[in-house]
Ligand binder design. Structure first.
Ligand code: FES
Length: 70
């Protein structure tokens, strides 16, 4: 895998995994302190530590599957 670009992976039924050097800004536009090279961003909306994933998506059974068609 190239280290030239950051990579974002959408995990099935889970967070966005961000690998690489990126600056993540909070709601106020200020950079969030992020000492890690790889982070998980919540996309279920249930995390208590947004924007980071805290694993709550497993408890809420968050699904990224499209809704069944009628
Ligand atoms: S995606 Fe993991 S807590 Fe929201």
């Amino acid at each position: 895998m190239s280290e030239r670009f950051a990579r974002v992976t959408a995990c099935p039924d889970g967070p966005l995994i961000v690998r690489g050097d990126v600056e993540i800004l909070g709601e106020d536009g200020q950079p969030l302190r992020n000492p890690r090279h790889t982070v998980a961003l919540c996309r279920c909306g249930a995390s208590a530590i947004k924007p980071w994933c805290d694993g709550t998506h497993k408890l809420t059974r968050f699904s990224t599957a499209p809704p069944p068609s009628e």
